[in-house]
Write a protein that binds this ligand. Structure first.
Ligand code: AGP
Length: 619
């Protein structure tokens, strides 16, 4: 959950490292540090807090002006890290890079047997300065170098002694023109140009330098020198081809918006078009997925579907279940990846296992996918990052085409996950013949119009800004909905919690009377998400009335306003007449905006909310 970068080349190191870390800060932001080799010594600078603090420190010390810091003829070399604390509180001492003798390294992951290793190393007189597990790796590698091994061999030997997850970038004074990278269960990519080499946890960090990346596999060790990479896997040299990413570096910038989150909310009509591009055949009422390799026959043999995800992606999983059940009439189970993976789940070759993940690196989702593979299920990933571990391991992928999502709170990735789920449900309906030709044509036609409805929902922004102002001092929010809109209520509540730090609960509206109703007072805003024609309207209205009877202030988020609703609700956000199947995808936009503007009123750190990280690569 941390971000790591490395650089070897002719440029001054610090701007490259800091620029990369800035784009990785979403992965963790409680402390940061950089190290470069200057005059045959490590020069390390670390700071508690966000990257800006480190930058100030470097600037105060005149480090950003220098640039003449070659460690060997023509080679500038350095590593950097932005941290999300696992072992040891956020502090300058616990920040990376960590030093031990001739070794300096950055680490993302968890070394599970660190207590045992620390005891062994302490017995050999190693002195530890931090409370981290990562410092153990530095001492282990250094001890192997002292015993005569080269940096590459020392790193491999140390990794064979460590259990857990790691992406390590290791630098040594004994070989000052090289970086060694080790990867296990934590992502790391390498970009090589003719005379430079870049290492990072994620693509946007180095996208301005190259679009071709080597995606390292678990168990890989790479020796990186200026403009060159050698990869070894299980002791044998591995030939790998770089993948090419089409993302434009500009898409990873804020583009005039105050926050990435707002920019990403506004990108939704466009990215949905990208998700649909080339996948719909309106003439023949068909749906195509380029990277899904199941035949129609394979699809038809599937008896049951299991969808596994975490957080926001879990809400997309729940919506996808509703789409599949409605269109394809198949049984679908949805599970939290962290629960699924530890209970010996029932799967076989007639099960389609779907992992939904924006990053494609979430440790629990990856663990669940691994179990599905071992049990012989057919596997498919709905994922936003083509070269990610989950995408590669699943073998079949519906790439959500949202482009890089930088804000920790997921918005555009979620909406594209819903679209992917919708398309998959139509595909299953098609092969199973569960919809009439007219129904199928109609559902395909609806999704084609989706971008314009998303744009209409964005048109409510000013109204939502006012609403946020009015309720930003509330202590509790309740979000209620039924049926297909229920996962959207959950997502609205999660978004508000994540970035405004207001407590919010999402509930199926019919469940309110079984407990949560006790929370309602005249101080409680209750957001009710409902559609006039979704088969649940009357029932949702009854639940809304029950909340009104307890003096709740209702914020109705809906398609069409009517006199009855306007009378009962304190405020109504209506996005216009939209088919009920499309409503989950459209009505989440007002909820994203409500969370965003509430957070703005409360002056929180919208893109990097406290305690969170974008890519949760630990269990
Ligand atoms: C969303 O706003 C969250 N930050 C979080 O719940 C996220 O969706 C979850 O961690 C799953 O991430 P993934 O999609 O990258 O697997």
């Amino acid at each position: 959950m941390c971000g790591i970068v490395g650089y070897i080349g002719k440029r001054p190191v610090l701007p490259v490292l800091l620029g990369g870390l800035e784009k990785l800060e979403y992965r963790g932001y409680d402390s940061a540090g950089v190290s470069e080799i200057v005059n045959a010594q490590f020069e390390v600078m670390r700071a508690e807090g966000k990257l800006a603090k480190l930058k100030n420190l470097l600037s105060e010390n005149g480090k950003l002006a220098a640039g003449e810091n070659k460690s060997a003829e023509g080679v500038n070399i350095g590593i950097g890290h932005t941290r999300w604390a696992t072992h040891g509180r956020p502090s300058e001492t616990n920040a990376h890079p960590h030093l031990a003798g001739k070794v300096c390294l950055v680490h993302n992951g968890i070394i599970e047997n660190y207590v045992e290793l620390k005891a062994q190393l302490t017995a050999t007189k190693c002195v530890f300065k931090s409370e981290t597990d990562s410092e153990i790796a530095a001492h282990l590698i250094n001890s192997h170098i002292e015993q005569g091994l080269g940096l590459f061999a020392a790193t491999k030997t140390a990794c064979s002694e460590m259990q857990g997850s790691y992406a390590l970038v290791v630098m040594s004074l004994s070989e000052p023109d090289k970086l060694v990278v080790a990867k296990n269960a934590t992502p790391v990519i390498v970009g090589i140009t003719p005379d430079e080499s870049f290492i990072a946890s994620d693509i946007p960090a180095i996208l301005e330098y190259t679009r071709d990346f080597y995606v390292l596999e678990d168990g890989d060790f790479a020796e990186i020198s200026r403009g060159a990479i050698k990869i070894e896997h299980e002791g044998v040299a591995a030939e790998r081809k770089p993948i090419t990413i089409a993302w434009d570096p500009i898409t990873a910038e804020k583009g005039g918006f105050e926050h990435f989150m707002l920019k990403e909310i506004h990108e939704q009509p466009r990215v949905v078009m990208e998700t649909l591009r080339g996948r719909l055949d309106q003439e023949h009422s068909n749906v195509h997925f380029d990277d899904v390799f199941f035949s129609d026959d394979d699809f038809a043999k599937i008896e049951r579907i299991v969808i596994v995800a975490c957080g926001t992606a879990w809400h997309a999983a729940l919506t996808t279940k509703f789409y599949i059940e409605k269109f394809a009439r198949m049984p679908v189970d949805v599970d939290y990846a962290s629960e699924f993976r530890y209970r010996n789940p029932l799967l076989n070759d007639k099960t389609l296992f779907i992992a939904i993940s924006q990053s494609g690196e979430t440790a629990d989702t990856l663990g669940a996918l691994q179990i599905a593979i071992e049990k012989g299920a057919k596997t498919l990933a709905i994922c936003n990052v083509v070269g990610s571990t989950i995408a590669r391991r699943a073998g079949n992928i519906i790439n959500t085409q949202a482009g890089p999502e930088i804000s920790v709170a997921s918005t555009k990735a979620f909406v594209t996950q819903l679209v992917a789920g919708y398309l998959l449900a139509l595909k299953l309906a098609l092969v199973r013949n569960t919809l009439s030709a007219d129904e199928l044509a109609n559902y395909i036609d609806q999704v084609v119009h989706l971008p314009k409805w998303l744009t209409a929902a964005l048109g409510q922004e000013d109204k939502i800004k006012d609403l946020a102002q009015e309720f930003s001092k509330s202590f509790n929010f309740l979000y209620l909905a039924r049926g297909l809109l229920y996962p959207i209520a959950l997502e609205g509540a999660l978004k508000l919690k994540e970035i405004s730090y207001i407590h919010a609960e999402g509930y199926p509206a019919g469940e309110m009377k079984h407990g949560p109703i006790a929370l309602i007072t005249e101080e409680t805003p209750v957001v009710v998400v409902l559609g006039h024609d979704d088969g649940n309207y009357e029932k949702a209205m009854s639940n809304l009335t029950e909340a009104v009877a307890r003096k709740a202030k209702i914020i109705a988020v809906t398609d069409l306003e009517n006199a009855h609703l306007s009378k009962l609700a304190h405020r109504v956000i209506a996005v216009g007449d939209i088919p009920s199947q499309m409503l989950p995808i459209v009505l989440v936009i007002p909820l994203q905006l409500l969370a965003y503007y509430t957070a703005i009123c409360r002056e929180t750190d919208v893109d990097q909310p406290r305690n969170l990280a974008k890519s949760v690569t630990v269990e």
